[in-house]
Design a protein around this ligand. Sequence first.
Ligand code: ZN
Length: 115
Amino acid sequence: MDIFCRIANKEIKTDLLYEDDLVMAFNDIHPLAPVHVLIIPKEHIESIADLEDEDEKLMGRMIMAAKKIAEDLKIDSSGYKLLFRVKENGGQEVPHIHLHLIGGARLSENIKPIE
Ligand SMILES: [Zn+2]
């Protein structure tokens, strides 16, 4: 079982920034910026590439959760980045969908292809 399923099942304790019936959010343990939150579906879905039509509501909920968290952390007016990594070439490290909410500082464009 991947680490995000274990967090969703509350096997691993994490300080939650947000939780509802479908999604939950917590701080990334390796933050790239002053704010770096991960939003995950409670249900296991490996990646964006594995989504089905019925997951449309869930994915909308993830975006809305990100918006609310950005407001709570007061980075909504300064702005932020939302990022889904997908599988190997996208740099996805945990095989459970997660949305990165990154902000609190001006972000460089460092997502370059690796030679
Ligand atoms: Zn999972």
